[in-house]
Ligand binder design. Sequence first.
Ligand SMILES: *Cc1c(COP(=O)(O)O)cnc(C)c1O
Length: 404
Amino acid sequence: MKLLIPPPSTTPLSAILPSEPLLLMGAGPVPIPQAVAQANGVIINHLGPTMDRVIRNVKTLASYAFQTRSDKIIGLAGPASAAMEMAVSNLCWPGRKVLCLRNGTFSGRLGEMASGVGADVTHIESPPGRPVDLATVREAFERRSYDVITMAHGETSCGVKTVETPEICRFAKSAGALTIVDTVVTLTAMPVQMDEWGIDVGVTGGQKALSSIPGVSLCAFSADAWLAVEQHPGPRPHWCYDALRAQRFWGGQQYHYTAPVPGILALHEALRLVADETLERRFRRHEMSSLALQSGLEAMGLSLFASKDVRLNSVLGISLPPRVDGTRVREHMTKFFRVEISGAFGLDIVRIGQMGEQCRSHNLFKTLYALGMSVAREGVKLDIAAGMAALEQGLAGDHEYFVD
Ligand SMILES: *Cc1c(COP(=O)(O)O)cnc(C)c1O
């Protein structure tokens, strides 16, 4: 036998990965706790009593994270975008009127997905740096009614929070519309109260605020949303992301597709750590960490992109001084400080994540120093010492929040 393709020369992963791992301080993925990493290395049968117990726990823990009594919590193999796709494709179909609140990449993606399944989509645009507000949503409903409203609670691309998410969701309930809310960067980083606010589908991924691995995500459906799922006239556009089929596994321990076992075990551990920390303490840690970093950045002489009233604490957009090349700054941070932060899609900003394990004091000092030194190297006058002092002051006295 003669094989067409000879074996390629190989390189072990250890020769590809950097000898010292980069500290991931961008908009995701984020560093993961040891327990999550270990769980991700375990494989068990995807069906049977052990997995049943894991799934039951994941649902209980996720209902705490989402603050919902709904038992329609469904995990899926796929990125957060797949969970967005599950939410959209089960609630939207041809003839459904969808209002997409768009102020950046991810909130816009929900609208693209709704168009993709043939829904009648109207966009409300907000300039980058601002969220869509309740008054604008009300005006849209005065002109026409909608079946579904989509929005991102935290818009990662520009570091903006839809601050009126609770009000918009409550209004939607009163107007008979369902809400799909992307909580990828906010769930467990700041309050998200699914039942209190009347969110109909909450969506999150693993690799952002939950500090788990990418590729396993969650969708939580309210009772109203589930009615719509059941009323989908068909044909159902997705097989894997069909919530009814997925519920066979997540509600009935039956085979749908082979579940991403290690990723679900990792998610179990990430959610367990959230419950052990408690949401109150976790919110406080995130808030304190982000505010301290913000004051450090400003004291150094840098400015934040989003204004304070709508700033997303879990992903900070930083405007660089004129003529400073963001790509060069980030490259220098990686090469000399082993810290990685994000650029942005189109906007002239760099972004620092404040999600999960990123909100630890040692990570903050390293990141702020690395950014300050790398910007100063571009010829900008920064007061790095003042920045570090402001960070230290922001964290002072509360270190117990930063111990894991
Ligand atoms: C990262 C992100 C997503 C998409 O996550 P993927 O896992 O890349 O699909 C969706 N929404 C928000 C707000 C995000 O930050």
